[in-house]
Design a protein around this ligand. Sequence first.
Ligand SMILES: NC(=O)c1ccc[n+]([C@@H]2O[C@H](COP(=O)([O-])OP(=O)(O)OC[C@H]3O[C@@H](n4cnc5c(N)ncnc54)[C@H](O)[C@@H]3O)[C@@H](O)[C@H]2O)c1
Length: 367
Amino acid sequence: MVSPQKSVHTIRIGIIGAGYMGSQHASFISRQEGVELTAVADPFSRTLAGATGAAYFSDHRELLASDMVDGVIIANPNAAHVSTAIDALNAGIPSLLEKPLATSLEEVQLLIGAQRNSATPVLVGHHRRHHPAVTAARAAIANGELGKIVAVNGMWLTRKADTYFDAAWRREKGAGIMLINAVHDLDLLRFLCGEIVSVQAMVSNTARGLAVEDTAGFVLRFANGAVGSFIASDAAVSPWTWDQATEDDATFPYNRGSFCYSIAGTAGALGFPQLACHSYSSELVQSGRADWNHELSLHYLSRDSGDSYTNQLRHFAAVVRGEVAPLITVDDAARTLAVIQASQQAAASGTAVQPQLVFTTAGSAAP
Ligand SMILES: NC(=O)c1ccc[n+]([C@@H]2O[C@H](COP(=O)([O-])OP(=O)(O)OC[C@H]3O[C@@H](n4cnc5c(N)ncnc54)[C@H](O)[C@@H]3O)[C@@H](O)[C@H]2O)c1
């Protein structure tokens, strides 16, 4: 039930799309001060509304018009993201829009245009950017602790339950490992290491035999000249994912020895998420002996405690109150989507593709 003792300043949140992720968001809301779930919209399920005591709407547009919410979390299937986010903008309701922003760049242009004509904020749900280990790694990279970034390697390899694919949309164009999972990692690599300016990619669907890819490999060139590689699969047994390495999401067992990214620069290397920083001593550097013939020293970056979903929700509440601008805007997330779309094109063509945002919407500018 909606708690009667919540303060008048409590942010009232509506959830649109009450499946797996919508239910996760309801659980995050239930354990956080200053926010409450007041309404749920889902054309096919009343379960979450029933379980939480929130008002139920079959149509999200009725929820948006209900005067029962200060902000909405949009967690419906990918293909509905753009139209739902535009409905929220038109209603003047701030939204936290789950990733991916859209299923294609063509589609996302409508949302970019709508966002640029509106003062209502949209925060895109690349939640990992809110993780304290990401904050620490980004600061260390920005401060030059690794020198100039040279090479990056990453993995997101796990075996999803077969029943995950019972939902038809997860088997169809608009889903797949690139848009569902690798989009998080490539967004983070952009956030940590700078823009990705060229990609090559290969995909495979032979493990699961679905229409969408279950496995993908990426070769990345960053704007600063660094080169990266990333592999992702939802059909491979492995501990090497963000989810199992970070303890970020209690849904997944934590694997203490696991890791997901290695970032190497001209002055040091960073293992993520442990934040293990390898470098040569200042004595070796000053004497011109900082090379592979000498032993690396190791220290760990300090970081705050906390998890990305809690921080994301706290940030969203501040966005709704008008205190801060969204950490991940539509324009920013569109650049991540451009990397994914370029990867899809690269996999299909067998050639390198440059991620490009070519906005055709009136009034929008090229990046
Ligand atoms: N941030 C993350 O780590 C993360 C994790 C999982 C899923 N997601 C994203 O969350 C979204 C939902 O994924 P999921 O796994 O919860 O899917 P899901 O299939 O479990 O749930 C989707 C829900 O949306 C409902 N729905 C369908 N059309 C709708 C509409 N027009 N309006 C409102 N509701 C509608 C469905 O009935 C279903 O209950 C996807 O975009 C996915 O990419 C993000």
